[in-house]
Ligand binder design. Structure first.
Ligand code: DHB
Ligand code: FE
Length: 257
């Protein structure tokens, strides 16, 4: 066993011990928690639980000092290998996709303000009913997922619809815990992106729609003020979101002890 594993595992167990002592945890409570842990596994909800309740701490720990744009959690619904789209960029969608049509535009820049020509934006989002394709009934595979390329001036644009807010599944053990604690199960409406260019640090982020409910009570604690956007209504009725992404140099690898 490595020193690192010994350190982290010992510390987690020590902190659990402290909770048991501080709150005088009963045998019934222990057996209830053990069954709940089994239920989360059987329901296949560990990715969900981790990304809702733990990932935001890891993201903050690793990137709170980052230069450039803010990132936030990846979440459990990214699928690598989405199709590379061509101009005019439009996320794949159903013929009659519900939701407000929206044009998302902006530039991808480095921290000196230079355009990042050919930057890649991997985009995915829920539909207007808060459902992610390939994970939930409703949208067909590949719906509202695609990769967009910035032009020679670092300019990007793509068409989509405003997503709806999302709840964690209301019939599963993650929600059972959330409800037991009296917390809201909702995430505010958001669009996920991973922006990458050359050997800069890829930016894993989300844009949050300012008209959405739940911005102040995100179950996944992933909202940052810098990532809340205000869609403007253009003359033709389409909404427009304009956002520039600034990519930082790659994080230096941490020394392995
Ligand atoms: C979860 C859902 C999301 O849409 C997201 O962005 C992050 C986490 C979740 O249910 O775990
Ligand atoms: Fe999401």
């Amino acid at each position: 066993m490595s020193d690192r594993a010994n350190l982290l595992i010992s510390d987690v167990l020590q902190k659990l011990h402290e909770v048991i002592v501080e709150h005088d945890v009963t045998y019934d409570e222990y057996q209830g928690v053990k069954q709940w842990l089994i239920d989360v596994g059987e329901a296949g909800e560990w990715p969900l639980f981790g990304d809702v309740y733990i990932e935001h701490w890891v993201e903050e720990q690793n990137f709170s000092d980052r230069a450039g744009s803010q990132g936030t959690i990846l979440g459990p619904f990214h699928l690598p290998g989405a199709p590379h789209l061509h101009a005019p960029f439009e996320l794949p969608h159903r013929l009659e996709e519900k939701g407000d049509p929206t044009l998302v535009t902006g530039r991808v820049l480095d921290t000196d303000g230079n355009p990042l020509a050919g930057a890649n934006l991997d985009v995915w989002q829920a539909d207007a009913d808060g459902r992610y394709s390939s994970f939930m009934p409703g949208p067909p595979d590949g719906n509202l997922r695609g990769q967009v390329t910035a032009d020679e001036n670092g300019h990007y644009e793509f068409r989509t619809v405003i997503p709806g807010p999302y709840t964690i599944p209301l019939d599963g053990p993650t929600h059972a815990m959330t409800a037991a604690a009296g917390w809201s199960p909702w995430r505010p409406a958001h669009i996920h992106l991973i922006i990458s260019a050359g050997n800069l640090e890829p930016l894993v982020t989300q844009l949050f729609i300012d008209t959405s409910d739940y911005l102040d009570s995100d179950v996944a604690s992933a909202v940052k003020a810098e990532l809340v956007v205000h869609p403007e209504r253009a003359e033709n009725g389409t909404l427009k979101i304009d956002y520039n992404f600034v990519l930082a140099p790659a994080k230096a690898p941490t020394a392995v002890s």
